[in-house]
Write a protein that binds this ligand. Structure first.
Ligand code: PBG
Length: 340
């Protein structure tokens, strides 16, 4: 019988060594993917105002960044592009010489082992800022699929290791799986933004990617934040359509969704610790109202505790540095072999 005074749960909390041994969740840099924004031009390394520490990079500045990311031990990046021109059909999204397609080559040259994942969506590339094409003022699902599939194919042909469809169009994973298979890319995995919510936490990203919708919002295709069961259906369908990894996005306000997805499905589960989650931490830390480093580790640990295997986060570089330096905050075993 577990009762006091025979049982004292504090016994395991007394020494740092025992606390570390009893720890149930550990952060490892091996779980992280770092998002990168690439843009046209030369000599651009422009800080994104609401996301201190994150930048838009032109291709000439990208090499050094990719080298640093690899050196820090971060295993993968997720690419977003800012096109030269936006149009109703988001043409640069599937242009073989589009900014993302070119960036893949640049990264592969300096850091061939870095896993290059590409976001597959139209919103950065369309002049209306929606994730699909517009017909009669509505986002038209089926014609969008072909454009998304072409985008995924062009990324893969340019050397991407994995594609991540994020448009929340029905059937997008199937359309992408089909086109990749038809072009002998049957070994290229798909990480599906399966449970992607219509969230206000994407605000700073839309500044970073210049992708704010010019009319309306994304609620006709992204999930209603009030719903959990619909998220499970989205994940189920994406698995059915051929997803290899499924994602829940955002992360912090959706830990219940992550936890339920972990219980219900056996695929690797990714969580996207999105821009607004990052900005809130940075803003409060800048004001001295919170301890930014500790809160970052606490949030990311909670995301893993809820069930994420893979964490996509703007904090990845700081985390790598913290894990390397302070093998202590949360006792990170497994990272001691990492050296800059
Ligand atoms: C593209 C896309 C978005 C994000 C990732 N891919 C924006 C959106 O759906 O509005 C958001 C990422 C973030 O906030 O960090 N559709």
């Amino acid at each position: 019988m577990a009762n006091f005074p025979q049982t004292r749960l504090r016994r395991l909390r007394e020494s740092p060594t025992l606390r570390k041994m009893a720890q149930e969740t550990r952060l490892s840099i091996n779980d992280f993917i770092y998002p990168l924004f690439v843009t046209h031009g030369r000599d651009v390394r422009e800080e994104i105002e609401p996301m201190p520490g994150c930048y838009q990079f032109s291709l000439d500045k990208l090499s050094a960044e990719a080298a640093l990311i690899a050196e820090l031990g971060i295993p993968g990046v997720l690419l977003f592009g800012i096109p030269a021109r936006k149009d109703p059909l988001g043409s640069e999204a599937y242009d073989p010489h589009g900014i993302v397609q070119e960036a893949i080559g640049v990264i592969k040259q300096v850091a061939p082992q870095l896993l290059v994942v590409t976001d597959v969506c139209l919103c950065e590339y369309t002049d209306h800022g929606h994730c699909g094409v517009i017909k009669d003022g509505k986002i038209d699902n089926d014609p969008s699929l072909e454009l998304l599939a072409q985008s995924a194919l062009s990324h893969t042909e340019a050397g991407a290791d994995m594609v991540a469809p994020s448009a929340m169009m029905d059937g997008q994973v199937r359309a992408i799986r089909q086109i990749l298979d038809a072009h002998s890319f049957q070994n290229t995995p798909i990480m599906a933004y399966a449970a992607k919510y219509a969230s206000s936490f994407y605000g700073p990203f839309r500044v970073a990617a210049e992708s704010t919708p010019q009319f309306g919002d994304r609620r006709s295709y992204q999930l209603d934040p009030a719903s959990l069961r619909q998220a499970m259906r989205e994940i189920e369908l994406d698995i059915d359509e051929g997803a290899d990894i499924v994602m829940v996005k955002p992360a912090l306000a959706y830990l219940d969704v992550l936890s339920k997805a972990r219980e219900s499905f056996n695929l690797p589960l990714a969580a996207y610790n999105v821009s607004g989650e990052y900005s809130m931490v940075k803003a409060a830390a800048q004001k001295g109202w919170i301890d930014g480093q500790r809160i970052t580790i606490e949030i990311l640990t909670a995301i893993k505790r809820a069930g994420a295997d893979i964490v996509i986060s703007y904090h990845a570089k700081e985390v790598a540095q913290m894990l390397l330096k302070e093998e202590g905050i949360y006792g990170q075993a497994g990272v001691t072999s990492l050296r800059i």
